[in-house]
Design a protein around this ligand. Sequence first.
Ligand code: OAD
Length: 252
Amino acid sequence: MPLPDSLVDTIGRAGHVCVLTGAGISAESGVPTFREAQSGLWAEYDPLKLATPDAFERDPALVWRWYRWRRALVEGVEPNAGHRALVGLARRVPRLTLVTQNVDGLHQRAGSEAVVEFHGNLFAERCSDCEQPASDPSVSELPRCPACGGLLRPGVVWFGESIPATALETAVAAAANCDVFLSVGTSSLVYPAAGLIHAAREVGAVCVEINPNPTGQARTSDFALAAKSGELLPELIKALDARPMNTIAEKR
Ligand code: OAD
């Protein structure tokens, strides 16, 4: 899809771009999104049975099985052109903050640095009792904390839990201090992540949505681009590089 020149120009002039990504950016790598009707991650299971502290208390083995299945799935895929384009974008603007709701680590594997992991990481573990990050070398079905013997749990944020304080502070500060806010591949339904755009709008940032299925936030965005991130983001990089007045040297 053709990119509006005014958007390319705005991003080319921006001092600070804040990017929020969701499951959609990993869709083209083969990771199902959460809310696809037939094949999404929630299609067969109720999220409340898998991604809440109560679910873990009730049936930790089921929860662990689901997370191990997701780990294997993510280990078998590669970052896509959308992830890679965001690495390129970070080199073309003075400052970029990348906040992701994804727990798959694909941004980091693509080469993005200082990724703000809003919902934790699929491959992290911590103790459900003493809360310390830990791992159990015994690879048992129900891993245990080597320090206190408590059950280990996936190091992700579950429904009803707080966002890690540092990630929340960094993301809110970035949204409230950016010139351009790019919302990529998220249904914008889960708060507080979905609220970051409000902080950006309040400071007059240009708000952009990239999603083949425009969300409720598209109407209030300055640009709503109904396209796949793996196609549109590389186009954006090309368009930035082709700007006639391109004076921003690529950071090395
Ligand atoms: P969702 O599954 O809710 O939404 C994925 C979005 O990606 C949808 O709006 C799709 O239209 C869009 N999409 C699909 N393919 C795309 C593509 N190729 N390019 C761009 N966009 C595409 O996933 P999230 O918004 O990430 O939280 O969900 C937010 C949170 O809800 C997740 O982090 C997770 C979930 O419950 C927790 O587990 C706490």
